[in-house]
Design a protein around this ligand. Structure first.
Ligand SMILES: C[S@@+](CC[C@H](N)C(=O)[O-])C[C@H]1O[C@@H](n2cnc3c(N)ncnc32)[C@H](O)[C@@H]1O
Length: 170
């Protein structure tokens, strides 16, 4: 689905100079399931998963459910999902909350060449066809790409910085 504003970038934004359809493409991603959330449109969603306590339901396709063995022992997971409603043609963007434009790879925007999103979620309950989590920010029906355990000891980087955000907040 093409985003309604796909043809009208904001001031400072920059579209891709090359048609992405002409670039090498071979990922062959399989959607392993989908995510059920309370949000029917992108405007309804929290900006990131930490902005909501809503419990969301992760549904796995039957073929992949055996892959959930031992997931019940994890308190937190990474979910990777496919922002299927996002435009993919902006390399520089001007988000409404930012003071100036930034490159798509300096942003957590769903607008990027490959609209993969990620969140660290809290596992709330296992279910016969998947599990419930807290900490998501996507539209109801968003396709699921992958699930991984969150290892606090190796994944957490407390001193990590995003300089442009600190500058804008100061
Ligand atoms: C800023 S992104 C962050 C996504 C993810 N937590 C990340 O960091 O990669 C979250 C926003 O994407 C938008 N969004 C949610 N689901 C979407 C979908 N399926 N397709 C396109 N945009 C979506 C909503 O506006 C939501 O507030």
């Amino acid at each position: 689905m093409t985003h309604p504003s796909a043809k009208s970038p904001r001031p400072g934004e920059q579209k891709l100079a090359t048609d992405p359809a002409q670039m090498p493409q071979n990922a062959g991603i399989i959607f392993i399931g989908h995510i059920e959330t309370p949000w029917k449109t992108t405007q309804d969603c929290p900006r990131n998963g930490r902005g909501s306590d809503a419990v969301c339901r992760v549904h796995l396709r039957p073929a992949f459910r055996e892959g959930l063995a031992s997931v019940e022992t994890c308190s937190h997971l990474y979910l990777l999902y496919w922002m299927h409603q996002a435009r993919r043609d902006l390399v520089v963007q001007a988000p409404s909350f930012a003071a100036r434009p930034h490159g798509c790879f300096a942003l957590r925007s769903p607008i990027r060449p490959n609209p993969v999103a990620l969140s660290v979620v809290e596992l709330v309950a296992m279910r016969p066809d998947g599990f419930d989590v807290r900490g998501l920010d996507c539209v109801d029906g968003t396709p699921l790409v992958d699930i991984k355990p969150y290892f606090a000891g190796t994944d957490s980087v407390p001193q990590a910085r995003v300089g442009w955000r600190e500058e804008e907040e100061s």
